[in-house]
Design a protein around this ligand. Structure first.
Ligand code: UFG
Length: 333
């Protein structure tokens, strides 16, 4: 039987595939390669190129694979873009997942681990944010993930689907053996953008706003190493299989770092005096987002091991240095 990983050629999905295969799971991958990379797909995974929105394509995969459970990473995930193209986000993230859930119903697959986001919370007064906080998304991206959480809850009532929804804070880093890493085009996330500036691929890192109500005026975020994040997915899968219960968990390190602190740590980790410039605020950015991950620790037994921000940045830097152009132009079997 196989674990079907949707979006298994993307940044986070590819790290899931590698860790699942490390742990002896049989893995099938679906990816339309819109933002994913052929080079990020583990050679031992059974790869199906296609779109989760195509029922015909999805049926061919479910006919061939004996699917035990699903990990669902296939989504558009840029907050800014989601505000400009909301329907693209509803189409891929909501309609796409509707088809996934239809397939699960049709083929009797009961368990799904779903990638959700801190963006479901929007602006919150109380830090750290616990799962009980009100869901008040301030962008389309967060709204689409919240809609899917609700869809899954209704499916549970109707046909006993069981889901674990994992609300990610700021995911960063790369596989510690350097085999795979983060490659978005265009890149918008802080840590890889800072590292691109370190490599000279950008003239400088622009800090979006230094007049926030925080210690140094720049935004504070909670960064979590991609390998710790995936460890929680595998625990979530086991939780579904052992207890047959649905649940929702935050995944973060429960520590906040300002944009300035990230840049300073990147200077230390790279040994490069990265040029910095200050710009206007980016629309939709909350000033501070820090997770309470107590629930994941208590219920799943999650114990993140790579919580040092320097290690997160060093692992990302290791991959960036060896792949300055990402996966582009590299040869794969
Ligand atoms: N930032 C800069 N300069 C840059 C890029 C980012 O100053 O060039 C700042 C942003 O303004 C923000 C912080 O760095 O304050 C982090 O920005 P990212 O774009 O790396 O991440 P976000 O916090 O905006 O978004 C992340 C995920 C989303 C998720 C969200 C939850 O990428 O998918 O966290 O709030 F929805």
């Amino acid at each position: 039987m196989s674990i079907l990983v949707l979006g298994g050629a993307g940044y986070i999905g590819s790290h899931a595939v590698y860790q699942l295969i490390d742990q002896g799971y049989e893995v099938a991958v679906i990816d339309n390669l819109q933002t994913g990379h052929q080079g990020a797909i583990h050679p031992k995974a059974h790869f199906y190129k296609g779109d989760i929105r195509s029922r015909e394509f999805m049926k061919t995969v479910f006919e061939k694979e004996n699917v035990e459970a699903i990990m669902h990473f296939a989504a558009n995930s840029l907050v800014g873009e989601s505000m400009l193209e909301p329907l693209k986000y509803f189409d891929n993230n909501v309609h796409g997942t509707q088809i996934v859930l239809e397939m699960m119903k049709e083929y009797g697959v009961k368990h799904i681990v779903f990638s959700s986001t801190a963006a479901v919370y929007g602006e919150q007064e109380i830090m750290p944010i616990a799962e009980e906080a009100a869901e008040l998304p301030t962008n389309t991206y967060g709204e689409t993930k919240l809609v899917v959480e609700k869809m899954m809850a209704w499916c549970e009532k109707a046909f006993d689907l069981k889901y674990v929804s994992l609300r990610y804070f700021n995911v960063a880093g790369a596989r510690s053996d350097g085999q795979i890493g983060e490659d978005h085009n265009p890149e918008t996330h802080l840590i890889p953008v800072v590292l691109e500036a370190a490599l000279g691929k950008r003239p400088a890192i622009t800090v979006f706003g230094d007049d926030y109500d925080t210690s140094d005026g720049t935004c504070i975020r909670d960064y979590i190493h991609v390998e710790d994040l995936i460890a929680a997915h595998i625990l979530a899968l086991k939780y579904l299989q052992n207890y047959g219960q649905s649940n929702i968990f935050n995944l973060g390190s429960s520590q906040g770092f300002s944009v300035n602190e990230i840049i300073e740590t990147a200077k230390e980790a790279t040994g490069i005096d990265i040029p910095v410039q200050f710009g206007a605020r980016r629309s939709g950015d909350p000033s501070t987002l820090i997770a309470s991950s107590e629930k994941a620790r208590q219920v799943l037994g999650w114990n993140p091991a790579r919580t040092s921000i320097k290690q997160i940045i060093s692992d990302a830097w290791n991959w960036h240095q060896h792949h300055p152009n990402g996966y582009e132009g590299e040869q794969y079997d």
